[in-house]
Design a protein around this ligand. Structure first.
Ligand SMILES: *Cc1c(COP(=O)(O)O)cnc(C)c1O
Length: 328
C-alpha cells in the first residue's frame, strides 16, 4: 500500500482528540459514549473536509493547479474549508453556491468572503452547467483549475478518512479502549467511504453506522452503491487490494426531518443536550442531526448498556450563527 507516499498537503491538527463523555453517558444511562473531535481539525474553524483536502490539495499541487473550484450549499462547510486550504497553499478559490446571495453574509458565507474566495451564485439545477462554463473560462484565461466534487467526496478525498481510521485505531490501542459502534453523519459519502475502507485497512472491528442527513430509504437506496464506488476508487488510489460492496455500507435512515438544512426539534434538542452536558458545540445541519439520531437510538435501547459507542463529530459549528433565528 502506497498511502504514505501519496501527495499530501498538511492542513489539519492531527491526531484530533478522542474524548470520553461521562456526564452525557450518566444522563442517558449508558452505553458508554466517546467522541472523536474532528470539529477540531484546526483549519479555519475545522471540520471533516480538512482531512479530505489534505489529499485533494496534494493532488492539485502535484498536477500544477493554481485554482481550486468547488460547489455547495450557501452554508457549506466544505466550501469554507476549501477556501481556507486554497488561501494557505497560495491558490485561488472559486466557489459555486446554490441560490441567491443572502442579504447578510453570516456563518460559513462570511468566512468564505474573509478567506478571499470568489463566489458564483446559481440555481442548484444549473450548477453542473455553471461548473463546466467556469472551468472553460478559467482555462481560456490561462489558469489551471482543479475541480473538487461536492463535499470533496471522491477516491482522493476519502483517503483522508482511511488515514483517520488508522489514527483512531492507534488512539484506541494506546489508551486500551474498545469501540463497539461508530456513528457519524453521512451526506456526500466521502467520509463514510474512507471510514469503511479504513476500518478494513486498519483492522477496526466495531460496527459502522452512517446516519443519512438528507435521504430516506428506499427513495435513494442507490446511495450505498455510490459510497461503495468511492471506497473502491479510494482503494485503487491508495493501492489497497480491499474491495467494498454496497452491502458493506450500513446506513441509518429516518432522521432527515423536513429536509437538508431545515432545523427541527431533533437538532435543537441535540445541540442543547451536548452543549449543556459536555460543553461541546454541534452544528444544525450535519452533526446536530446525526447526534440527535444517536440520542434517539440510545433512548430506544438500540445499544447494550455495557457497549461503547463513538460519535464522530464532523464539525460545522460556524453554520450555527446563520441559523440563530431557527435555533432560538
Ligand atoms: C460534509 C459534512 C458531513 C458529511 O460528510 P460527507 O463526506 O459529505 O458524507 C458531516 N458533517 C459535517 C459538519 C459536514 O460538513
Amino acid at each position: 500500500m502506497q498511502i504514505n507516499s501519496l501527495p499530501r498537503y498538511p492542513l489539519a491538527h492531527l491526531p484530533t482528540p478522542l474524548e470520553e463523555m461521562p456526564a452525557l453517558t450518566r444522563q442517558l444511562a449508558g452505553p458508554k459514549l466517546l467522541i472523536k473531535r474532528d470539529d477540531q481539525t484546526g483549519l479555519a474553524l475545522g471540520g471533516n473536509k480538512t482531512r479530505k483536502l489534505e489529499f485533494l490539495l496534494g493532488d492539485a499541487l502535484a498536477k500544477g493547479a493554481d485554482t481550486l473550484i468547488t460547489l455547495g450549499a450557501v452554508q457549506s462547510n466544505h466550501c469554507r474549508q476549501t477556501a481556507a486550504a486554497a488561501a494557505k497553499a497560495g491558490l485561488r478559490c472559486e466557489l459555486i453556491l446554490n441560490g441567491k446571495r443572502p442579504d447578510l453574509a453570516n456563518g460559513n458565507l462570511l468566512l468564505n468572503e474573509i478567506l478571499g474566495a470568489n463566489l458564483h451564485w446559481i440555481d442548484r439545477s444549473q450548477r453542473a452547467a455553471k461548473l463546466k462554463e467556469l472551468d472553460a473560462q478559467l482555462h481560456a484565461q490561462g489558469r489551471k483549475p482543479y475541480l473538487i466534487p461536492v463535499g470533496g467526496s471522491n477516491g482522493v478525498g476519502a483517503t483522508g478518512y482511511v488515514v483517520a481510521m488508522q489514527e483512531l485505531v492507534a488512539q484506541l490501542k494506546a489508551t486500551g479502549r474498545h469501540v463497539d459502534h461508530l456513528l457519524f453523519g453521512s451526506s456526500s459519502g466521502g467520509t463514510q467511504a474512507g471510514i469503511v475502507l479504513g476500518a478494513r485497512v486498519a483492522g477496526f472491528t466495531g460496527q459502522l453506522h452512517g446516519l443519512s442527513i438528507d435521504k430516506n430509504d428506499p427513495e435513494h437506496f442507490e446511495y450505498e452503491t455510490e459510497v461503495a464506488q468511492i471506497a473502491n476508487d479510494c482503494a485503487a488510489y491508495i493501492g489497497s487490494p480491499v474491495r467494498v460492496s454496497r452491502d458493506d455500507i450500513k446506513m441509518v435512515y429516518g432522521y432527515k426531518g423536513e429536509g437538508y438544512g431545515v432545523v427541527g426539534d431533533l437538532e435543537r434538542d441535540a445541540i442543547r443536550l451536548l452543549a449543556r452536558s459536555e460543553g461541546i458545540v454541534l452544528d444544525p445541519v450535519y452533526a446536530g442531526r446525526a447526534f440527535g439520531g444517536l440520542v434517539d437510538l440510545i433512548r430506544k435501547g438500540t445499544f447494550k448498556q455495557d457497549e461503547t459507542v463513538l460519535f464522530w463529530h464532523t464539525g460545522g459549528a460556524p453554520a450555527l450563527f446563520a441559523y440563530a433565528a431557527e435555533l432560538l
